[in-house]
Design a protein around this ligand. Structure first.
Ligand SMILES: [Cu+2]
Length: 244
């Protein structure tokens, strides 16, 4: 009986190990992220990957144990009695609590380290005031010297501070390719920082857009604006031609 149980534990452990190695390999080999175009996107994708690598063994453990039990221990067609009652297993409970506690602490690490990296950065080289309303975005550059509504034009490799507010209801300022999202709240100014690292625009990548991410009424889904990241020279030329 004990020998049989040991053999089963060994089989389950071996299957778990193999499935986990395969799943980790796939997770490393296949990129799950949509294209990223900012410094912040790299930091957030890194944290996401680390959390995924930590989650895989937990997921495969549950799937393998349940799958093994279903296949190996299903009741036969004539078995109508309940199985033997299981009251408790102190060793299992203790180790389960220790392992899950350690994992819980570990998943905090990439989040804290990532937030630290996001906060660290040079002084912003450009401040843009963002106003959200039903159902459009307005961008004021350098205190209102230049105002745009149709395209958010940004210089590459410059840390930009967005000061965000709303005039009517709560909206959310989200640029998928930059992995940043910040609520736009009436009567309040929220902020977020981003450093675009790739020249490009919406036509190359649908993630390059400001999209409202807080359901704000009938026009919510259409509340989006192109983002265009250009070189510093092109930005300066655009800025002066726009009246700045
Ligand atoms: Cu909105």
């Amino acid at each position: 009986m004990v020998g049989e149980r040991r053999r089963e534990l060994f089989s389950v452990g071996a299957i778990w190990l193999v499935v986990t190695v395969v799943a980790e390999y796939v997770a490393v080999a296949v990129s799950l992220h949509p294209p990223g175009a900012s410094r912040e996107a790299r930091i957030i994708d890194e944290a996401f990957d680390l959390l995924l690598y930590l989650a895989i063994p937990v997921f495969t453990f549950v799937v393998v144990v349940v799958g093994y039990s279903i296949v190996r221990h299903r009741a036969g067609p004539d078995e109508e009695l309940d199985g033997p009652p299981i009251r408790t297993n102190r060793a299992f409970i203790a180790s389960w609590m220790v392992v899950t506690s350690v994992l819980t602490v570990l998943v905090i690490v990439p989040a804290l380290a990532g937030m630290d990296k996001l906060a660290a950065g040079p002084e912003p080289g450009l401040v843009i005031d963002v106003r959200a309303e039903q159902w459009s975005w307005t961008f004021d550059y350098a205190g209102g010297e230049v105002r745009t509504k149709d395209t958010l034009v940004l210089p590459v490799d410059t840390r930009i501070q967005f000061r965000i507010t709303a005039t009517d209801v709560i909206h959310s300022f989200w640029i998928p390719a930059f992995r940043i999202k910040q609520d736009a709240v009436p009567g309040k100014v929220t902020e977020t920082f981003v450093t675009a690292e790739r020249i490009g625009e919406f036509r190359d990548d649908v993630g390059m857009r400001v999209q409202c991410a807080e359901l704000c009424g009938l026009g919510h889904a259409r509340m989006w604006t192109d983002v265009s990241v250009v070189s510093q020279e092109d930005f300066d030329a655009w800025f002066s031609s726009a009246g700045g």
